[in-house]
Ligand binder design. Structure first.
Ligand SMILES: Nc1ncnc2c1ncn2[C@@H]1O[C@H](COP(=O)(O)OP(=O)(O)OP(=O)(O)O)[C@@H](O)[C@H]1O
Length: 371
């Protein structure tokens, strides 16, 4: 709902909302000759879960730290619910933070770790009791309140760090790779847990990760950064289905990309193959592996890429088939395993095929820059 409101409308709704709206306008950050953030602008809706995604060094943490106040921009404006926060010190911003290195006090119990900040602010005892109890119940750690951090698993420690971030009832929670130190299973469990807590609290979450899968799982919207610029902003589905450049198509999920051009009869690849004309604009035809089927012959197919199979990977529920066309292009198909269908063998000839409506035109990076 909120994503359809204008920034001004959101501001007028602030009283009823737990989360704050954030506007980043033309933020620039430089270190010497290196421009780390290059006029970044971003509107974050109140109550939204937004992820800053990008490769290492793309500027995600720098942007997050400018929002938190731990870093100062060289130019640009930061507004929180319409108020200028650009130069406001971190402790006066009222934003919660969770880092990858949870930095819990080792000599204090879980309870005391969570209560620490509130006690330092000299909040009344009853309020501290109430809030810490509520938050520990929310993160399902109330039964471990007396434990010390070294008696907890990594996932449990991260829950405590999360509790410390939300116990102040901030209107925004900033998280910098909070799951980076956890193993895959725990990470996936915590992704769902953080998503649940977001829904329960209704506050704005800004989450930094370099893991595209994590971003797709958790976010309402994703801002994909490259070299200090947001190259695409959208819902996970928008970024996955309609990437605006080769970079985005390759960063988010797996993709088959054919270089070529549209002509009167459809799409012709640089290698001379003909395919149906997909929607979109650009000189790359993209089709995701899960939309590619492996067929035995080209007969009756609009989209047919004959290949020699060079690898076939069994993934339990799915099978991934890698083929190479005569011109050397790799085409990947990911299909659910069904009984009675045998996997192609390495060295087999096969035909990779897809429905035209499952493919899409994507601008190559240079075209996207011109646009
Ligand atoms: N204090 C600093 N002095 C000089 N350069 C810095 C400083 N802090 C960050 N940088 C540089 O700024 C760029 C962006 O860093 P940032 O930490 O924002 O990237 P990131 O996308 O969060 O990467 P990562 O995923 O590796 O943490 C990097 O090239 C980094 O080396």
């Amino acid at each position: 709902m909120t994503s359809q409101l204008t920034y001004t409308q959101q501001i007028s709704q602030v009283e009823q909302q737990a989360g704050a709206a954030i506007r980043v306008s033309d933020i620039v950050k430089r270190y010497g000759d290196l421009t780390v953030l290059d006029r970044v602008s971003l509107d974050i809706n109140a109550g939204e879960f937004i992820t800053l995604l990008g490769a290492s060094g793309s500027g995600k943490s720098t942007l997050l730290n400018i929002i938190s106040g731990f870093n100062k921009p060289d130019a640009g404006l930061l507004e929180v619910d319409g108020e200028d926060f650009t130069r406001r010190p971190p402790h006066k911003r009222g934003l919660g933070m969770v880092f990858q290195h949870y930095a819990l006090f080792p000599h204090m119990s879980v309870w005391d770790n969570v209560a620490f900040g509130l006690r330092r602010q000299r909040r009344p005892k009853a309020e501290v009791q109430q809030r810490v109890g509520d938050v520990l119940r929310m993160i399902q750690m109330d039964h471990l309140a007396d434990r010390k951090p070294d008696q907890l698993s990594g996932g449990q420690q991260q829950r405590v760090a999360l509790a410390r971030g939300i116990v102040f009832e901030p209107r925004v929670l900033l998280m910098d790779e909070p799951l980076g130190a956890l193993d895959k299973l725990l990470r996936e469990e915590m992704q769902l847990e953080i998503r649940r807590i977001h829904q329960e609290l209704g506050i704005t979450f800004i989450f930094v990760t370099h893991d595209q899968h994590e971003a797709l799982t958790m976010s309402d919207r994703i801002a994909l950064l490259k070299h200090g610029k947001i190259v695409q902003l959208g819902t996970p589905k928008e970024l996955y289905d309609s990437p605006n450049s080769r970079y985005v198509a390759e960063f988010i999920g797996e993709s088959n990309l054919f270089e070529g051009r549209v002509d009167a009869d459809g799409f012709v690849t640089d290698g001379g193959a003909r395919f149906g004309r997909p929607s979109g604009d650009g000189s790359l035809l993209m089709v995701r592996p899960e939309h590619v089927r492996v067929a035995a012959s080209t007969e009756g197919l609009t989209n047919a890429a004959p290949v020699r199979v060079f690898n076939c990977v069994y993934l339990g529920s799915d099978m991934v088939v890698y083929g190479r066309t005569e011109s050397g292009q790799v085409v990947v198909a990911r299909t659910p395993i069904s009984h009675g269908v045998s996997a192609p063998l390495e060295g087999d000839r096969a035909v990779m095929t897809w429905a035209t409506e499952d493919s899409r035109l994507v601008p190559d990076d240079a075209e996207q820059r011109q646009a």
